[in-house]
Write a protein that binds this ligand. Structure first.
Ligand code: F6R
Length: 594
């Protein structure tokens, strides 16, 4: 959902190559357009256009711009088409102020009308363009850049992370945020701003996290942060333990396949959170109900949480989509634990719900990005240890979320057997990944269709939903996840020989009934791709194709392992169709608008 960076170097080298390098690392946040602004010799230089970073760079040579400080942006369009005019940075009409922005200014139309009536001239359809005009207006009234930004945020409503530079007050970058992420990096050679840490890992790993309404000023001597009353704030500096290499492809064709392959490590590292989770459980005694809140893939992890916690610990558990949360928040009380799940920790819908839940209940956030807004607002935090995830489609963060939830459920239920079994999951995942080549070949047979169904029952129902989501978001094939028993209540009407049905059928209580559901779709002519145990001979005779899972895992553990072939099927079908799995159309890694 748009990415911004800023950098000011301590020496006089040109900053453009660094800005370009940093913003390229944020392409997963938006890929409609890219733009850079630098300052030198009393002038703001801007290069920007619509298109992917490489296309725009080939055309404009983005690293060739003068000046030792500047700002940059990748866009995920909200207001106005992807176009050169709508690309950031945006400027005032005299080009004295340049701004990059991530978020949405909700009252921009009203502000724009007022500014137009005062003689300001607008060029774009964006909400952002009001910001440089407001800053210019306040600078013309005698405010310095920092205070002009402060006056501006008193007027704008919505979510924003903003970075601004000005010819009237060169050699500094002023930034601020509300409800959109922004971090400040302190490096050897300069000072940095970014929406997300992978942008600047190569240059700075000492990080300051500005809070809502704080104003950050970067110059070549350092970083100063002021609170809303203009007092200097002594910010804590936190060091990120992610390395720059973790955010590189390291020889893989795509981040997505790299991240699928890193899942055993993600699980192994997340299992180290056991003690922290036990401490949280010890602290939250007297909980009578658990309520999970999340979006998308994280919602599917949450749904697994319901099955696990209810069956193992017997605590009534609900799962609510974050965007629907406020409509059902009335039943929360201080005996409810509300658990938020998010890889980014910045999802606007979830953050809004977290604020509501904090008013009545204990809140716990399961988050992958350290220092993200959710980790700062929830009472308890479980940090998943998946490392940076760059592919837009969540894979390793999903299994890391599941791992945290399994640990939570097992510790809550004091289920030592399950805790022991969890330690084996990294090996199970690695063994499953050995079937990669086979799955690749099989996937070629399944890219002919426009519709897929995914069936799971009990613990693997959320796995079916997640498998279908992976397929649709990257291959653009419609995939629909269903509880296996539900299909006959309507959607069975859609099944014919052109409809492949993926049936997830691990050993366990649900096996027999899921096999009956498999027969139902097969007798309507469907091509059945089944995922089951390697020892399940009956399955091999019933399904058209079988992906055999060699480690003999039962249905309780299956969600952590059976998702792997489903991710691979989605990935290989996408490759076969020659789409980019890392940057699916219309999507972005971090959804910072409601
Ligand atoms: C799908 C995907 C999204 C996210 C959703 C929530 O692959 O990544 O569905 O799961 O946008 O994002 P987070 O987890 O950052 O709150």
């Amino acid at each position: 959902m748009c990415g911004i960076v800023g950098c000011i170097l301590k020496n006089d080298d040109d900053v453009a190559p660094i800005l370009f390098d940093c913003i390229s690392k944020l392409e997963y946040r938006g890929y409609d357009s890219i733009g850079l602004a630098t300052y030198s010799e009393n002038k703001i230089h801007i290069k920007k256009d619509k298109g992917k970073i490489k296309e725009v760079d080939d055309k404009l040579n983005l690293t060739d711009m003068p000046g030792n400080f500047g700002i940059a942006h990748v866009r995920w369009a909200t207001h106005g088409d992807p176009s050169k005019l709508n690309s950031h940075p945006h400027v005032d009409e005299k080009r004295n102020v340049a701004v990059v922005h991530n978020g949405i200014i909700e009252n921009y139309l009203e502000i724009k009308e007022n500014l137009i009536s005062e003689g300001h001239v607008f060029k774009s359809d964006t909400d952002t363009e009001v910001i440089p005009h407001l800053i210019e207006k306040f600078m013309n009234e005698g405010f310095d850049l920092e205070h002009a930004v402060r006056k501006t945020i008193d007027i704008i409503h919505g979510a924003y992370a903003i970075a601004a530079i000005s010819t009237d007050e060169p050699d500094k970058i002023v930034a601020t945020r509300k409800d959109s992420p922004l971090i400040v990096g302190i490096g050897e050679e300069g000072y940095y701003l970014a929406s997300d840490s992978p942008a600047i890992l190569k240059y700075a790993r000492d990080i300051i996290y500005p809070e809502k309404g704080e104003i950050v000023v970067l110059d070549k001597n350092g970083v100063v942060v002021h609170d809303e009353f203009d007092n200097v704030v002594n910010k804590e500096i936190e060091t990120i333990n992610w390395t720059p290499e973790m955010a590189e492809k390291e020889g893989y064709d795509h981040f997505m396949i790299k991240e699928i392959n890193e899942q055993s490590t993600a699980v192994r590292n997340t299992l180290t959170q056991k003690e922290n989770i036990q401490e949280i459980i010890d602290d939250i005694d007297d909980i009578q109900r658990i309520c999970f809140v999340a979006c998308g893939t994280s919602y599917h992890a949450a749904l697994s949480g319901k099955y696990l916690i209810e069956s193992l610990a017997g605590v009534p558990t609900d799962v609510i989509l974050a965007s629907e949360f406020k409509y059902s928040a009335k039943t929360l009380n201080d005996k409810t634990l509300v658990v938020f799940i998010s890889q980014s920790g910045e999802t606007a819908d979830s953050l809004k719900a977290l604020d509501v839940a904090n008013e009545t209940s204990k809140t716990l956030a399961i988050v992958n990005v350290a220092g993200s807004s959710m980790t700062r607002r929830a009472k308890y935090v479980i940090q998943t240890q998946a490392g940076p995830e760059i592919g837009v489609a969540a894979t390793k963060t999903y299994v890391a979320q599941l791992t945290s939830i399994y640990l939570f459920a097992a510790l809550l239920a004091k289920d030592d057997e399950l805790l022991k079994e969890l330690d084996k999951v990294p090996d199970y995942i690695d063994e499953t990944l050995e079937s990669k080549e086979l799955i690749k070949q099989l996937s070629k047979r399944y890219n002919y269709t426009n519709d897929f169904f995914y069936l799971g029952r009990g613990f693997t129902y959320p796995t079916a939903l997640e498998g279908a989501l992976k397929l649709k978001e990257i291959s653009y094939i419609h995939g629909e996840g269903y509880a296996a028993g539900e299909l006959k209540h309507g959607p069975l009407a859609l099944i014919d020989k052109r409809t492949p049905v993926v049936v997830i059928v691990p050993p366990g209580d649900a096996h027999r009934k899921t096999m009956s559901n498999l027969e139902e779709v097969k007798s309507r002519g469907a091509n059945v791709l089944a995922i089951g145990s390697a020892s399940d001979d009956a399955l091999k005779t019933k399904a058209s194709d079988v992906i055999s899972i060699n480690p003999e895992v039962n249905e309780l553990i299956a969600p952590l392992v059976y998702i792997v072939p489903l991710q691979l099927v989605a990935y290989y079908i996408t490759i076969e169709k020659e789409y980019d799995p890392d940057k699916p159309r219309n999507l972005a890694k971090c959804v910072t608008v409601e």
